[in-house]
Structures are given as structure tokens and as C-alpha cells.
Design a protein around this ligand. Structure first.
Ligand code: ADP
Ligand code: MG
Ligand code: ZN
Length: 494
């Protein structure tokens, strides 16, 4: 739990246990279109400030927005992936507010007729599955980005980068269905994974392409009615989401326990002070003076177009996990790791397709491959060992051409050099020794050198057997057939 001096008097566990948190998330996702939502400006991230701006996204009077069709297509795909009903007719509205990052003085958003409503996602949490409702997914344009020189209250200058102005956004609003900070964390992780699979966004939190606001309240356990909620903004990492929620939950309980009332407000996560600060009292819809956007036609998604988009839906993580378990026979845990990203899952299936046993593929990927990728800062897409090359190595182990121990050394060489397993094994003479006379000779030498351990073994210390196996493997550079080593040692030590 995150605590800070005055506001956060420690809460006794029995007091904490009386309350149930209620959490709902609003997630903004930038879509990976080439151009912006209402103009032809590039939607690329990281360009020189204000290099991607035109009269339309700068809101010059007399210009008119034109809806980017690809935005609707991507948002529809995302909506279907989270089980929403995509409406044939939706509409843009003006959300009026005055702020330097919004040159028009209003944001074009969707309000009473959003693109999609009524969805859900299944979230695994604490070994159980929980279905979290999605209230709506609507489209809007992003505002520009403010950059401050100096820090917080002592900022001296503000810069505005209008490149972000007009970036297409999906806002995904959840039902208040979550009951703990780690459940909210799991929801966001799952949602992000689904969106990544559909390729509509890179969901990069550091770059702001996935942003999350958290709504939280507490109520006495057993009661139906929700408590007053607070919205926390500025949560630009998973960790901050969790910390901010933990902080708010304790703050709410403290206020209520001391006879106070929670006021409905918007707060900001203050990452340097590890607390939330009040930002403003909660704005109401009427503060925005919403009205239908007169410069745009209603959005029309025909049933035919919607179904065409549905056909482009990839197999989503949950279905893929289930299939990996049932078809490939790997454990649910392995399936979870290997469906972490689409690229990882594709790699695994390519190894299996190239003829390696899926179980071995799963094991070797998780131990040898992922560890080395991680150590060398590489992504699976840039792996020096291709799926086919890994499959070739695994098949050599599976057929007994090389031992598992040698296979690991060969893999290391493959990873460093990009050479093929067969080539490395031939060049370095690593083929498995199944010639029993060679193994027997090595075993006899080990036994002769270790009379003490022989005595121990004969005295009933079965554990010493492993020592002998290890020594023989070492003497044969890991190349001896392990079963033969076992058999021969048993025989010689009997
Ligand atoms: P507002 O009109 O204040 O924006 P909404 O009804 O649109 O409120 O809900 C915004 C978000 O807050 C949604 O994600 C919803 O699930 C969540 N939410 C609503 N009521 C509560 C509550 N009492 N406690 C926690 N979250 C809530
Ligand atoms: Mg809202
Ligand atoms: Zn523009």
C-alpha cells in the first residue's frame, strides 16, 4: 500500500476489510492510422514539433473536417474484439472547452450516439476468470500536447506540440465492475493485449498511445449502492494505476471513517510525492455544452461492412490459449506465456509446424530463447534463431542425435552466430555417444578415481549415484547418451 503522511493515517486491517472498492476505467487508445482523424496530416509519432499540422487540425475558421474511413474501420475492429455491438448509425458531437491544446475551442467526440456499446472482456485474475463489462467505445480526436519547462507549479514556459492534435482516439469505458486495484491492473493488461493483437494501436504507455483514467469509490461490503467516485488522471503506467488506486481507496476509507464525505472530483496522480492531488471538482456533461457536430455527417457502418471487418479479426489471446492447450498439449501456464504477443505465438506455432514436439518448443522457447532475447535486448521478431532453425535443433535432440545438454550449448552458438544446428554439431563433433564401450571406459575411470563415493554408494547412499552420472557426462562433454550412462553405472556399481 502506498502511504503519505497526514492524509494516510494507517488503517487497521479490520477497518479496511469492511469496505469494498468499486473501480471503472476509461482508456484512451491512439489508433495507428497513417493520417489524422479529420485531415491528411501524418499521424506519425516523434516527428519535429508542429511539423504535422494544417489549417484543419489547427481549427482555422472556414475549414471543414473529413472523417478518415480507416479510423472507423480500426475502431470497429477494436469494438468487435471486445464484444461490443457496433451501431449502424453513430454521430460526432462537439465537446466545448477552452484550453490551449485545443485550438478550435471544442473537441470533436462522440456523445449520445457512440460507435459501439455493451461489450465485455474476460479477465483472468487470481486463477479465476472474471467478465468485465464494457460500457462503450467511442471515437474522438486527441488534443495537442503541452510541454512545460520547469516543474509543476514552478513551470516557467509552456510549449504546445500540435502534431498530436487530431490524432484518432478510441475511448473505451468500462462498467464499474472491478473490485480491487490488481483487478483493474489485470483488466488493463488484458485489454491492451487484445488491442495489440488487433493491431489497431501500439498501446505504448510511455509514448501516450494508451492512457488510462481510473474512477474509484468505496462502499461498505454487502451494500448495493455505490459510493461517491473520484476520477484519477495522469496514470501513465500500470504501476501508477495500481498505486493511485491503492492510495485513493485508503484515502476514501479514512475520510469516511472519520465522519467526512468524499467529494466528487478529478484528481491527479503525483508521481514524485506518491499521492493523488485534487485537480478540480468533477465537471458535468452540461459543462461541456455538447451538441451534434454540424460539420460532419452521421457515421454509417453498414452490416455488410461490419461483417467484412469481423472477418479480419485475428484469433484473440483467450481462444489461442485454449487452442494451444487442446491442440498442442502444452500447459495452461505455457500457453499463457506463449500467447503474450502475437509474434511469440506465431513463433511457437512455426516451431511446432516445422516438426518439433510442441512441448519441447514451449520449454526451449521459455528457457533458452526468451532468456537470451531478453539478455541481448532483442525482440522475438529479430531473433537470430528462426523457428525452423530451432525446430531442426529440437528434432536432433528428440531423435537422440545429440543430448539435451549438448543441445543447449548448440543453441547458444546458434544464437550468437546464426549458424544451423546440423552444421555446428558436425563441425564440433558433438553427436551423441551411444557407443557403450566408450561410455563404459569413461565410467570405469570415474569409479576408479572415486573410491570414497563408491563406498558411500555401496553403503546405501543412493544420492551419490547422481555424482557418478554427472562425472561421466562431464568426461564425455555432455555427449553420452544419458540412458546408457545410467545403465552402465548401475551395472558397474552393483
Ligand atoms: P461520468 O459521467 O462522471 O463521466 P460515467 O457514468 O460516464 O461517469 O462513468 C465514468 C466511469 O466511472 C466508468 O468507467 C464507470 O464504470 C465508472 N464509475 C461510475 N460510477 C462509479 C462509482 N461509483 N465508483 C467507481 N467507478 C464508477
Ligand atoms: Mg465520462
Ligand atoms: Zn492537419
Amino acid at each position: 500500500m502506498v502511504k503519505s503522511a497526514q492524509e494516510m493515517a494507517g488503517i487497521a486491517p479490520e477497518v479496511l476489510a469492511k469496505y469494498e472498492p468499486v473501480i471503472g476505467l476509461e482508456v484512451h487508445v491512439q489508433l495507428l492510422t497513417k493520417s489524422k482523424i479529420f485531415c491528411a496530416c501524418s499521424n506519425r509519432f516523434g516527428d519535429a514539433p508542429n511539423s504535422n499540422a494544417c489549417p484543419i487540425c489547427l481549427g482555422v475558421p472556414g475549414t471543414l473536417p473529413i472523417l478518415n474511413k480507416r479510423v472507423v474501420e480500426m475502431a470497429t475492429l477494436a469494438s468487435l474484439a471486445i464484444n461490443c455491438t457496433v451501431h449502424e448509425h453513430s454521430r460526432f458531437a462537439r465537446k466545448n472547452y477552452f484550453y490551449p491544446d485545443l485550438p478550435k475551442g471544442y473537441q470533436i467526440s462522440q456523445y449520445e450516439l457512440p460507435l459501439a456499446t455493451g461489450g465485455w472482456i474476460d479477465v483472468e485474475h487470481d486463477g479465476a476468470n472474471k467478465r468485465i463489462g464494457i460500457t462503450r467505445l467511442h471515437l474522438e480526436e486527441d488534443a495537442a500536447k503541452n510541454l512545460h519547462e520547469g516543474f509543476a507549479e514552478s513551470a516557467t514556459k509552456a510549449y504546445i506540440d500540435y502534431n498530436r492534435c487530431g490524432t484518432p482516439l478510441c475511448e473505451i469505458v468500462s462498467e464499474p465492475d472491478m473490485r480491487a486495484p490488481d483487478e483493474a491492473y489485470a483488466y488493463l493488461t488484458t485489454l491492451r493485449q487484445i488491442l495489440l493483437y488487433t493491431d489497431v494501436s501500439d498501446c505504448n504507455m510511455e509514448e501516450g498511445s494508451l492512457r488510462c483514467d481510473a474512477n474509484v469509490s468505496v462502499r461498505l461490503r454487502g451494500t448495493q449502492e455505490f459510493g461517491t467516485k473520484v476520477e484519477v488522471k495522469n496514470l501513465n503506467s500500470f504501476r501508477f494505476l495500481q498505486k493511485a488506486l491503492e492510495y485513493e481507496i485508503e484515502r476514501h476509507i479514512n475520510v469516511i471513517e472519520s465522519g467526512g464525505r468524499i467529494s466528487q472530483e478529478t484528481r491527479l496522480w503525483n508521481q514524485s510525492a506518491n499521492r493523488t492531488d485534487s485537480m478540480r471538482s468533477k465537471e458535468k456533461a452540461h459543462d461541456y455544452r455538447y451538441f451534434p457536430e454540424p460539420d460532419l455527417l452521421p457515421v454509417h457502418v453498414s452490416a455488410a461492412w461490419r461483417e467484412e471487418i469481423r472477418r479480419a479479426l485475428p484469433e484473440l489471446p483467450k481462444a489461442k490459449r485454449a487452442r494451444f492447450v487442446s491442440v498442442h498439449g502444452i500447459t495452461p501456464y505455457d500457453a499463457e506465456v506463449l500467447t503474450g504477443t502475437q509474434a511469440l505465438a506465431d513463433y511457437f506455432e512455426a516451431v511446432a509446424k516445422a516438426g518439433a514436439s510442441p512441448k519441447n518448443a514451449a520449454n526451449w522457447m521459455q528457457t533458452e530463447l526468451l532468456r537470451r532475447l531478453n539478455d541481448s535486448g532483442k525482440e522475438i521478431e529479430g531473433s537470430p534463431v528462426t523457428p525452423v532453425a530451432l525446430a531442426e535443433l529440437l528434432k536432433m535432440v528428440e531423435s537422440g542425435q545429440i543430448t539435451g545438454a549438448v543441445g543447449k550449448k548448440v543453441f547458444a552458438t546458434m544464437f550468437e552466430s546464426g549458424r544451423a544446428a546440423t552444421e555446428i554439431v558436425a563441425a564440433e563433433g558433438l553427436a551423441q555417444i551411444s557407443d557403450t564401450s566408450a561410455i563404459e571406459q569413461a565410467a570405469r575411470e570415474v569409479i576408479a578415481k572415486n573410491p570414497d563415493n563408491v563406498a558411500k554408494f555401496k553403503g546405501g547412499n543412493e544420492g551419490v549415484f547422481k555424482f557418478f552420472v554427472g562425472q561421466v557426462m562431464k568426461a564425455t562433454r555432455g555427449q553420452a547418451n544419458p540412458q546408457a550412462v545410467n545403465d552402465i553405472l548401475r551395472h558397474l556399481l552393483a
